[in-house]
Design a protein around this ligand. Structure first.
Ligand SMILES: [Zn+2]
Length: 112
């Protein structure tokens, strides 16, 4: 019986020859999962799919979009938060009218 870690059906297999000439099966390491939006769970664009060792080689600006909540919220959710913040600042709506999950981001956002 193979080792439990070698029984994975989702991992890609690579057949290699050992120096002795024996055929060995190696498992290709899996890529890390996509980054997801903290509010709606959509896949975030502009985020590299690499682990810690991969991202160490790229610049800080290549790791996440350079806007408010870049790398945390998707574009649609960021747009909704900015709209809600503007309505709060103008007094057109109260905080209780907003989704409770948005409150954290509304407090973080500063509009000049
Ligand atoms: Zn979202």
């Amino acid at each position: 019986m193979p080792e439990p870690r070698m029984r994975s059906t989702s991992a890609k297999k690579r057949v290699r020859r050992s120096p002795k000439g024996k055929k060995i099966i190696m498992l290709k390491p899996k890529k890390p999962a996509h980054a997801h939006c903290a509010l709606c769970g959509a896949i975030l664009g502009g985020m590299p799919r690499m682990g810690v060792h991969g991202t160490a080689k790229i610049a800080k600006t290549g790791k996440r979009p350079q806007r408010v909540f870049g790398g945390v919220l998707c574009g649609k959710c960021t747009q909704a938060i900015i709209k809600e913040k503007t309505r709060l600042e103008l007094g057109a709506a109260g905080k209780k009218d907003m989704d409770i999950r948005h409150w954290k981001y509304l407090d973080m956002l500063k509009i000049k």
